[in-house]
Structure formats: structure tokens, C-alpha cells
Design a protein around this ligand. Structure first.
Ligand code: HEC
Length: 212
């Protein structure tokens, strides 16, 4: 890693940690699980909620899919979310009230109240105009409404979406594998010739003994 970048990230991380007043109740990105981190870096102490992403697992290239993200259980007073997609040509649009787009990702615009033990957010995904397999990442926080980060807990989920025929299969990669198998075959044949040599030598020895 570039040392400058490393220093910059240390600063960025310490800036996050040293500002407890950071207004994540009005939305946060980079915490969907796509980059390995979720809301639980900061939110602790609550029961783990159940989260689900519902919507089409296949889309035509360029088509728009309707999705719903559901949080159930946990502290279940208020909650929020972060949704990201791992394809730069795909685009996410906030559907529900209380949701907004921040950069390329979706998040809550304010902590949202649970109704009847659950919190639902609807959104749309516009697929890239080509065959590709992409992944939606979503993290949902179930919070206790104390306007702090304690007593809350998040869970994350993913949904794989096949656009058109999905990511084209890498044909050169397949050929390499076949070559590998051929190599293996050659290896076996070489080993197989050892007993043949052994037989020949044994035969020679027998022949010599007969002659003497
Ligand atoms: C860098 C630390 C940090 C991360 C990461 C973080 N939060 Fe927060 N969050 C806080 C803090 C601090 C508060 C309290 C201050 C405030 O309201 O912004 C808070 C408050 C909240 C609240 C209100 C909680 C309550 O009990 O009233 C919600 C909802 C919330 N965050 C959602 C999220 C979601 C959803 C994520 C992940 C996608 C997330 N937060 C990630 C630090 C964080």
C-alpha cells in the first residue's frame, strides 16, 4: 500500500473514532458489508436483528428491479440501513421515505421507526446494459432509539443478481485447466513407464542367469 495512502487512512479512521457526534443517524455509507465493515464497528450491545433482501435474482440488461430490505428483531425501536452494489454500471435509487442516495449507495435520511416489529425499505436497482452477475450488499441496524450507538446491533446480507446471461465465462481460463489435465496425464504416463523398465531389467537378469 502506498505509505501516503496508509497515513491518510489512519487519519480517516481516527477521525471516525474521535467524533462520537458523527451524525450517522442521518445516514452513512461504506458500511453495507461490501468492504468488509458494517454498522457494528460502532453499534454495540443490542440483540442481533434478522435482515433480508427481497427482489428478482435475474434481470434483463438495462432493466429496473424493485427490491425490499427488511429488518426484524433486535432492539427494534428505530433503525437505518446502507445498501451498495459491486458494479459501477448498476445504479441504486431510493424508494421509501426516510431513505436517500449518498454517493452511489443508499442509506437512511433519519432513524426510521419500526412498525409491528419490522422496518422495510424499498428501492430500485437499474441493471447495467450488458450480461453480468452483480451483488447487492445491505446492512440494517436495529436500534433502541436512545440517539446513541449503544444498545443497537446490525446484521448484513447479500443478494446475487444475474443480469442477462450473467458474467460471461472466461474461456481462456477453461483452456488452461484442460492443459493442466493433459500435463497431469503426461506425468502419469511417465510414472507408468517405470515398471516397464523394471520388467525389462528383470528379464535381462533372467536371460543372463540362464546363459551362465
Ligand atoms: C463510525 C461509527 C458508526 C458507524 C460505522 C455507524 N454508526 Fe450509526 N451512530 C453512530 C453514533 C455515534 C450515533 C449516535 C449519534 C447520532 O445519532 O448520529 C449513531 C446513531 C445511529 C442511529 C440512531 C440510534 C438510536 O439508538 O437512536 C441509527 C438508526 C444509526 N446510527 C444507523 C446506522 C447504520 C444503519 C449504520 C450502518 C449502515 C451505522 N449507523 C453505522 C456511529 C456509527
Amino acid at each position: 500500500m502506498n505509505p501516503l495512502f496508509r497515513i491518510a487512512s489512519v487519519f480517516a479512521i481516527s477521525a471516525l473514532w474521535s467524533s462520537p457526534a458523527l451524525a450517522t443517524s442521518t445516514g452513512i455509507t461504506g458500511q453495507s458489508g461490501k468492504d468488509g465493515t458494517t454498522c457494528n464497528t460502532c453499534h454495540r450491545g443490542g440483540a442481533i436483528p434478522t435482515v433480508a433482501l427481497e427482489g428478482p435474482a435475474t434481470l434483463e440488461p438495462g432493466a429496473t428491479g424493485q427490491y425490499t430490505f427488511i429488518i426484524q428483531g433486535g432492539a427494534a425501536k428505530t433503525g437505518g440501513l446502507n445498501i451498495a452494489v459491486d458494479n459501477a454500471e448498476a445504479s441504486l435509487q431510493a424508494g421509501a421515505t426516510g431513505m436517500k442516495k449518498l454517493g452511489t449507495e443508499l442509506t437512511h435520511s433519519a432513524a426510521q421507526p419500526f412498525t409491528a416489529g419490522e422496518l422495510r425499505f424499498s428501492f430500485t436497482l437499474v441493471a447495467p446494459a450488458k450480461d453480468v452477475t452483480l451483488k447487492l450488499f445491505a446492512a440494517g441496524n436495529s436500534s433502541n432509539g436512545d440517539l446513541g450507538s449503544d444498545g443497537d446491533r446490525a446484521a448484513a446480507t447479500q443478494l446475487s443478481v444475474t443480469v442477462g446471461k450473467g458474467t460471461p465465462v472466461d474461456v481462456p481460463g477453461e483452456e488452461e485447466e484442460e492443459e493442466g489435465e493433459k500435463d497431469n496425464g503426461g506425468g502419469c504416463a511417465a510414472a507408468g513407464s517405470a515398471p516397464a523398465w523394471g520388467l525389462l531389467l528383470a528379464g535381462l537378469a533372467l536371460f543372463r542367469r540362464r546363459r551362465s
